[in-house]
Design a binder for this molecule. Structure first.
Ligand code: FAD
Ligand code: NAI
Length: 475
């Protein structure tokens, strides 16, 4: 018998599973179709984020940072440790346990909210009064129908021609998160978020890491001052070898890894490495979705076309998360999922793409919201800037985490905050205040007049806001 639902969600990553939970909370009968299988062939919820993205990468970042602290950094506190060792198998088992706790947690949330989970590949097969979606899993095929469809099929790592990913020697995010030993030499293509985060993990554990980046400038999306500080810390202090303006050439495989030819302004060179990570961005999953069958518009980059409210070209069909425009970030997808569920239920929710925070979980962390200084300059916006280093802050000193700064950009006339940029320990947590301020249309003076706990790293946000008006107290 044909199963019928109010809402069918295709994809159970953060955008899709959150959309489904919110739909169910609002009393809509909901099913989620997902085809994800782990390396053991078991179906798992949570998509990229929980299985091979945000969660496992942060687990490895924490383990490797702890190792580096114990092995090299605790000396300043008077703590000496000799013979610190890393057990990679145990580190990976801890990561796997966190992943299965969280993916299992979503199964539980689905049961609690009476959401049906259909395992398999979802594809539009028709749409007149209602949409029909085929779910295929191996040999079995089932058709479900629904009044509303939410496409949340996410994204997959982009690969490069001639560099076939086997996730053994040449890895995308999936293999790079599962290495079972520390490679002596790790090559990474792409100095973006994954390159920096996963490059840091394996560097801390002892790999010699070389990152090859196509662009001539480093971290182009970040504020220029942050990118400059990050370069100094990652390259000069920590020893990540990052080459810019690189053109990737031929690859040859050997017994102990690969040799990759590349070219920079300095001429032709070659990189020998035991493992190579390809992290050059991600592509949306819209192939084999039956989009043409129902006339769902897909743009030239493969993204589902949507408006500001995630409505697609078809009535009652929405798309959210990595498969649509905007940053490919889990929290952006989750917010869109909630918005769409509430819109289906007749509410008028919105998502403000201007206040989505970015975080890079390196050490120190990098986080920002709003515009970078170079963007304001390019747009001809008159602004004032206030910048304050962590080196003056008592809590930062106590924690031995004094690198970096907070920078606030505010409109020169109205003082409204236009961007907040942080490079420093716990930037991922501090950015929440910045997002809140911008979402409420705060001025730099508003932040300056709000009481910040002492001693805390957040005092540096306070001082940067004071610095916008050239009246920082501790500089
Ligand atoms: P996905 O998480 O990709 O989920 C889509 C799901 O749909 C998958 O399960 C897929 O199998 C399924 N699917 C696809 N097509 C079909 C189909 N036709 N039928 C059935 N199922 C289908 N973001 C952050 O915000 N913070 C981070 O710290 C962070 N770290 C990351 C680290 C790494 C290594 C990577 C790779 C990504 C990271 N991201 C991070 C990005 C984040 O993972 C994505 O933005 C997020 O997962 C997107 O969510 P989504 O629901 O749109 O798609
Ligand atoms: P990215 O877009 O962050 O970086 C890719 C980098 O590769 C860019 O700097 C680009 O210039 C470079 N590049 C592209 N083609 C190249 C080539 N042929 N040769 C050399 N360099 C090349 O993409 P990445 O790191 O793969 O991550 C994908 C996405 O996943 C991110 O954009 C982000 O949305 C998400 N993510 C988020 C994280 C977080 O929020 N902390 C962590 C990891 C990923």
């Amino acid at each position: 018998m044909l199963k019928s639902f109010e809402v069918v969600v295709i994809g159970a990553g953060p955008a899709g599973y959150v959309a489904a939970i919110r739909c169910a909370q609002l009393g809509l009968s909901t099913t989620v179709i997902d085809e994800w299988k782990n390396e053991k062939g078991e179906s798992k919820l949570g998509g990229t984020c929980l299985n091979v993205g945000c969660i496992p990468s942060k687990a490895l970042l924490e383990s490797s940072e702890n190792y580096e602290r114990v092995a090299y950094k605790f000396g300043n506190h008077g703590i000496s440790v000799s013979g610190a060792k890393i057990d990679v198998a145990k580190m990976q088992a801890r990561k796997d346990k966190i992943v299965s706790q969280l993916t299992g947690g979503i199964e539980m949330l689905f049961r609690k909210n009476k959401i049906t989970w259909l395992k398999g590949h979802g594809k539009f097969t028709g749409g007149a009064d209602k949409y029909t979606v085929e779910v295929s899993n191996g040999g079995s095929v089932e058709i479900v129908e629904a009044n509303h469809v939410i496409v949340a099929t996410g994204s997959t790592a982009r690969h490069l021609p001639g560099l076939e990913v086997d996730n053994e020697t040449i890895c995308d995010n999936i293999g790079a998160l599962a290495l079972n030993a520390v490679p002596d030499k790790l090559g990474v293509i792409g100095a973006g978020v994954i390159g920096l985060e996963l490059g840091s993990v394996w560097r801390r554990l002892g790999s010699k890491v070389t990152i090859l980046e196509a662009l001539p400038n480093f971290l182009a999306a970040a504020d220029g001052a942050v990118a400059k500080e990050a370069w100094k810390i990652f390259v000069k202090d920590q020893g990540l070898d990052i080459k810019l303006g690189v053109k990737i050439g031929k690859l040859s495989r050997g017994k102990r890894g690969v040799t990759l030819e590349y070219e920079t302004a300095e001429g032709k060179q070659a990189l020998d490495c035991n493992k190579l990570v390809v992290s050059v961005g991600r592509v949306p999953n819209t192939r084999d979705l039956g989009a043409a069958t129902v006339g769902l518009k897909i743009d030239e980059r493969g993204l589902v076309e949507v408006d500001a409210h995630c409505r697609t070209s078809l009535p009652n069909v929405y798309a959210v998360g990595d498969v649509v425009r905007g940053p490919m970030l889990a929290h952006k997808g989750m917010d869109e999922g909630v918005m769409v569920a509430e819109r289906i239920a007749g509410q008028a929710t919105r998502v403000n793409l201007e206040t989505i925070p970015w975080v890079i979980y390196t050490a120190p962390e990098i986080a920002w919201v709003g515009k970078a200084e170079q963007q304001l300059k390019a747009e001809g916006v008159a602004y004032r800037a206030g910048q304050m280093p962590f080196s003056h802050n008592g809590r930062a000193m106590g924690q031995d985490e004094t690198t970096g700064f907070v920078k606030i950009l505010a409109d020169a006339k109205t003082d409204r905050v236009l961007g907040i940029h942080i490079i420093g320990a716990h930037a991922s947590e501090m950015i929440a205040e910045a997002v809140m301020a911008m979402e409420f249309g705060a001025s730099a003076e508003d932040i300056a007049r709000i009481c910040h706990a002492h001693p805390s790293l957040s005092e540096v946000v306070h001082e940067a806001a004071l610095a916008v008006d050239k009246r920082a107290l501790h500089a």
